[in-house]
Ligand binder design. Sequence first.
Ligand code: M6R
Length: 602
Amino acid sequence: MCGIVGYIGAKEKKEILLDGLQELEYRGYDSAGIAIIENNKLKYFKAVGKLQNLRDKTKDYTSSGFGVSIGHTRWATHGKPTELNAHPHLGKFSFVVHNGIIENYQNIKDELQKEGVRFISQTDTETIVHLFEHYYAKSNDSFDSFEKSISKLDGAYATLLISEASPDTIFFAKNGSPMLIGFDGDDIYFASSDTPIIGKAKEVYYLEDGEYGYAKDGEVKLFDKDGEKSFTTKPLATDKAMAQKDGYRFFMEKEIYEQSSVMSDTMIGRVLDDRVEFEELDESFFDGIENIKICACGTSYHSALTGAYLLERVAKIPCQVEIASEFRYKEPLLRDNTLFITISQSGETADTLEALKMAKRAGLKSLSICNVDNSSIVRESDRAILTRAGIEKGVASTKAFATQTMVLWMLTLYIAQRENSITKEILAQELDAMRHTPKALKVTEKLHNKLTRLSKRYLHGHGFFFIGRDIFFPLALEGALKLKEISYLHAEGYPSGEMKHGPIALADSELFTIALMPKSLHYEKIKSNVEELSARDATILAISPEPFELADDFVQTQYSSHPMLEFFEMMVVTQLLSLEVSVRLGNDVDMPRNLAKSVTVE
Ligand code: M6R
């Protein structure tokens, strides 16, 4: 994900920017750039790929006097990762960096283009700098122009702007994307999270949404819709590892909380008003395809199972899912009317990669759904759709699962559109539900507190059954895997209708059943399955919008018309439950015993 660093002062700016951007590397990016104004002269450098490329380009440049500077690591959303699309974006005499999405950028761009403004990138960000210069041409007043520019923007942004029109000033604004200001005497720093300025700034102010202003002469002027306002700084943390976690106790916890915003990144430019688009795919890619086979491991296998329900039901295309390690040795029959999809967070899982190679040898078309660009699986596949989850550090996968599932849902609609197997009305309902997903993924304090409280009752027993039906069965599998991985307690995921065919023999008060009971899908069916368990004294933790009187514990979720919204909300509940059980047991949440983040061996 994108990162921002800014600095105003007399220190060497290039190093401050590059070191700061390095601290944000873990978020993922595909290009980077810096811009500096010193002695009234603008200088900028951009490079695609790793920061080292930018370091190489700037190796003969130093900036020793007073000046203003901004830097950015870009993770492509609008437009490919090219130098032209990399930030900072240039107008005629100003530069801007930006995180977030300007939703109305096309309208602004159209208006400016009518007035003869030339755009050189495909980004939404470039509109900010042209808008600024457009207003400046009329008023000759930099702050007024900046204020007018940001008042035109809809969407999420954290942005910094520098201009030869005010060579001693950095303008800033924040709405929806994080931004903070660091202080050390007359030196002023900006960043999209703490880490770039730890060890440099002593005090910090975290900007609120709707705040904007400028830094000049060692001072910051802050404004919001009501005019100028005062603010209070606080001491900046000194522990970088803690700061990388954005104040959360564990990476896994941070990643659970991040899911809501990450999901918007997954959808950007893909979920359009009336259809789903993938710039990675062209319609002819699906010519001759009559069947889909998905291969994956672990959590990725669970998202694949979820996707298979959607692909068959909505896109009306047959779909089988295989565990990669099994697939490799079963001598599968592969027909060339089959699209072979691999799913992997890391893109390096040996079993999945080998399965992909087998499918390719058999002449199948291949598509990967992956979080890591240029990984082995992405390189080996004919096409790849990136999940855009950002770097996932917790060994127990959370946001990777959420975004893989979302990509599969989007792919389902994409194929359904192409095959005309969906009506306009149903497509509109699906798209509407998709747009509500980030909301369904929001973690409230109330929910987290409730799961922290509940977790103390689930530290023992002789096992957990996570049960669900339909798409909630793979979610049950995933819930059980999460708990196993970080609590080391035995847990199984099961289709709830299958319990009576054997596992119900285990039922007693020490058997914990986590029942996924969505109201929008087969509620009555799963309810009677849970009643059967309750009648045999199993301890029931029910997760449902509908109060369930036989539940020993109950987590209430939202009523929703679309099962996928219930799916994502319940997913968060199961993730938080596992997290809190693990914390109470004193386990290493981010690096559980015996596990590796990426399994590159067979
Ligand atoms: O990187 P991949 O998605 O290919 O990894 C597959 C599994 O190893 C992975 O999902 C594993 O199950 C995780 N630890 C789940 O939390």
